[in-house]
Design a protein around this ligand. Structure first.
Ligand SMILES: *Cc1c(COP(=O)(O)O)cnc(C)c1O
Length: 358
């Protein structure tokens, strides 16, 4: 066990979660989403853990080049594409696939002088309202790309869901229907599904799946746990107990004096804070796992430390390791306590945290 804040990365859990995707959709290709440093799990680990994926999805060109330079020879898709002419030679040189979602990009492709054509995914906005051609623009965009020798063929069509985690809302089924209808006119491969759709909307599978969060062992649904889907948490974030003190009834704990000891009680200090990526807005009562037993967070989270209520934990000693999330304590639960989502917590783990794979 390390003496500092450590994120343990379970490589077997990564492989297992990828198999769960394959069990849901055995005939589809998988683009493992590893943007934002693989949702905070580090690119090298993800490339190894998801070695059986058919490709990787990243947000930015620099991230994608980094993955290519790590020796990956599969499809690497830049989800946000490009918006500057000077990026096209780099994209071609590293054989990246790019999302084309705007006529400006088509113009840049038409004008480019590049060493080889660029692989293109055409993004359709069916309700996300972020990147993508409107359904009414798709025909024009497709025809120009077909005629553009700098765009490699065949072109793949993609769309994205804003609400697939809210299964009762009608929008996802409507998007699937509209996109399927729209793309039927072209004999192209298509891609719709992120994690929530893989778990809840089998009609969305098409040709390429784009799982992110579920590969890291977290659930995209507020009302369903990862365990219910047989997913295993990949990251376990730990930190040592660095102090235990008996405080008297009425003593104030932490900045702002937001927590007052209701009786004489042991207060533990765990050596992790928002400077490591633990959320400052985690509410008092947020669970922390110490020697297999839950202890509640008390007071405000500090930059490098946080305090726990150790009543009923008489056996805990300085140097023991606390689990902040991971095995035995889902990151989704911490996210809920901090008014955020698991995605944000995983991405927010900072550079000073030590990473150990096992
Ligand atoms: C991040 C992302 C995904 C993966 O979403 P998850 O909910 O993490 O599975 C899929 N598609 C696009 C376009 C994304 O940006």
């Amino acid at each position: 066990m390390s003496s500092s804040v450590t994120a343990y990365i379970d490589m077997a859990a990564m492989q297992h979660n990828l198999q769960v995707v394959k069990q849901h959709a055995p005939h589809q290709k998988i683009l493992a989403m590893i943007k934002a440093n693989a949702y905070g799990h580090q690119l090298e680990n993800a490339i190894q853990g998801f070695a059986e994926a058919d490709g990787f999805g990243l947000a930015r060109i620099d991230e994608a080049i980094c993955v290519r330079n790590l020796g990956v020879d599969k499809t690497i898709l830049v989800m946000s594409g490009f918006y500057r002419a000077e990026d096209l030679p780099r994209i071609a040189e590293h054989d990246l696939s790019v999302m084309v979602h705007h006529f400006l990009q088509i113009e840049l492709l038409e004008q480019a002088t590049i060493e080889r054509p660029v692989k293109v995914w055409l993004k359709v906005n069916t309700g996300m309202g972020r990147l993508g051609f409107l359904p009414s623009e798709v025909e024009a965009a497709y025809q120009r790309l077909q005629a553009c020798s700098q765009a490699d063929k065949p072109i793949i069509f993609a769309t994205h869901f804003p609400d697939a985690d809210e299964v009762a809302k009608p929008i996802t089924a409507q998007q699937i229907q509209e996109f399927t209808h729209l793309t039927k006119a072209y004999s192209v491969e298509t891609s719709l599904a992120k994690s929530a759709a893989i778990l809840a909307f089998p009609d969305s599978y098409a040709d390429w799946l784009r799982p992110g969060l579920m590969l890291y062992g977290a659930s995209p649904f507020v009302d369903k746990t990862a365990a219910e889907f047989n997913l295993q948490p990949v990251m376990t974030l730990t930190a040592p107990i660095i102090s235990i003190r008996q405080l008297p009834q009425g003593a104030s704990v932490g900045y702002g004096g937001t927590w007052i000891c209701p009786e004489d009680m042991p207060v533990g200090v765990v050596g992790i804070g928002y400077g490591d990526g633990y959320p400052r807005h985690a509410a008092a009562g947020t669970p922390i796992l110490i020697n297999g037993k839950i202890a509640p967070l008390i007071g405000r989270v500090c930059m490098d430390m946080l305090m726990v209520d150790l009543r009923g934990h008489e056996q805990v000693a300085i140097g023991d390791q606390a689990i902040l999330w991971g095995k035995g304590l889902p990151v989704e639960m911490i996210a809920q306590q901090a008014n955020t989502i698991a995605y944000e917590l995983l991405c927010a783990v900072t550079k000073r945290v030590e990473f150990v794979t096992h």
